[in-house]
Write a protein that binds this ligand. Structure first.
Ligand SMILES: [Mn+2]
Length: 278
């Protein structure tokens, strides 16, 4: 039994998860379920795109594992966890229920969270910043790792071209412009979120939407993104002293720090689903 196993359930003050995309084939429901069953918290924030109703437009996909995730959340609510559901753009039908309480499940558009050490965080999904940030969120999924991959493919592609007597053709140069857009998109999104925090006079923001987990300071504002459960399988947690940290929950638990460089790599199983997620 590992050290982590012995510590289960791991107790946190608050937990935030977003972009689970239940109903979408790329959803890593087993990891979500394992995470929910291995942790306990006073408040569980569901920060949007928990159910992917867009994916279900092309036919309903709802395996038992996805049902188990819903049941695990409702079990927590029944057992005293305050569940705050902040709908996103893929589950925006729930926005018709904003302000409603279903037992211990509250549906809210934006909600203020105060940490144990007194910092105030505004929690929202984040799709409203798409109006501010020009490119679509699909670009955020590409980024530097795709660029590296394409550089490798292009190297082999050009070796073949050389043998056939063709000149060098730079796929990477062709795509560089777009990937630069993706990197800009993430940066622009994060800045727009930080700007919103300043407008509201809060210490920080918690959001999801761009499938890119992060905790960082942006000019005095703490920007937190809880990531997703399609590729990165990440959650944001608040410890009992108010410290926030990111967890990556796959085969084993990893606490994510700025030093753990490889945590943004997609899971092998999730890599093919990446391109299709929206
Ligand atoms: Mn979204």
């Amino acid at each position: 039994m590992s050290q982590v196993e012995r510590l289960r359930p791991m107790k946190y003050r608050s937990i935030w998860i977003s972009d689970v995309h239940l109903g979408f084939r790329g959803c890593q429901a087993e990891f979500v379920l394992d995470f929910l069953q291995s942790t306990e918290c006073r408040q569980l924030y569901l920060v949007g795109d928990i159910v992917d109703l867009w994916a279900m437009k092309n036919g309903v996909f709802w395996p038992q594992a996805h049902n188990n995730v819903v049941r695990a959340i409702l079990d927590k609510a029944r057992n005293g966890t305050e569940v705050i559901y902040v709908p996103g753009n893929h589950d925006d039908v729930f926005r018709t229920h904003l302000g409603s309480d279903f037992g211990n499940v509250m549906v809210r558009d934006e909600v203020l969270h105060t940490t144990a050490d007194g910092r105030r965080f505004l929690v929202m999904h984040g799709d409203k910043f798409d109006r501010v940030v020009q490119s679509g969120p699909w670009l955020a999924k590409l980024g530097a790792r795709l660029y590296d991959l394409l550089l490798g493919i292009n190297h082999r592609f050009n070796a073949v071209r050389r043998r056939l007597g063709f000149g060098y053709w730079s796929l990477a140069a062709f795509l560089k412009h777009r990937v630069k857009d993706a990197v800009n998109y993430i940066g622009d999104f994060e800045n727009a979120v930080a700007e919103e925090a300043r407008r509201h006079g809060v210490d920080g923001m918690v959001c999801g939407h761009i499938h890119h987990a992060e905790i960082r300071d942006i000019d005095g504002v703490t920007y937190c993104n809880c990531g997703d459960w399609v590729e990165s399988c990440t959650a944001l947690v608040e410890r009992h002293d108010g410290t926030m940290e990111l967890l990556r929950w796959t085969e084993g638990l990893q606490v994510l720090t700025a030093e753990s460089a490889d945590w943004r790599q997609p899971l092998p199983a999730a890599a093919s689903a990446m391109a299709r997620a929206g």
